[in-house]
Design a protein. Structure first.
Length: 143
């Protein structure tokens, strides 16, 4: 993806659209984490159970500390592995903000600072990013 592509993707997310982003491991389906309609479209598109939260992709450690309570152990893990594949389950600092972002979880959210394109997208977008892998969700009990 070019920087122009990333800028278009960020603007689309800000406008309430869903965007598929390639990463080193898989394709991620992304939207504005604060837009309930966009998040609902991810759940519908993936056939994802509504109780299975999306990932909150933060643009920086500072953003994480502003929005979430980060304990000593979480700080150590973040310092060692962010940006990277590590996601931490963190409580929202403000319960009302958590309620506005129910698709990524409340009272806690699964939070990451992603490397590469996904991280760049989180930095460019003027809204918080919710993400999940782009594959369909399946009921493993059916197998």
């Amino acid at each position: 993806m070019t920087s122009s592509d990333l800028d278009l993707a960020a603007r689309a997310i800000e406008a309430g659209e869903l965007v598929v982003v390639p990463t080193e491991r898989w394709y991620m389906l992304c939207c504005d984490a604060s837009n309930p309609g966009a998040c609902a479209r991810i759940f519908t598109t993936k056939k994802r159970p509504p109780d299975k939260s999306l990932l909150f992709v933060a643009p920086s450690p500072e953003t994480v500390r502003q929005r979430f309570s980060v304990g000593k152990e979480a700080e150590l893990l973040a310092a060692a592995f962010w940006p990277g594949d590590l996601a931490l389950l963190l409580p929202w600092r403000d319960a009302a903000e958590g309620e506005r972002h129910q698709a990524v979880g409340t009272p806690e959210a699964l939070v990451t600072i992603a490397p590469g394109i996904l991280g760049e997208l989180a930095t460019l977008a003027a809204v918080p990013i919710a993400a999940t892998s782009a594959n369909l969700s399946t009921d493993v009990s059916a197998f």
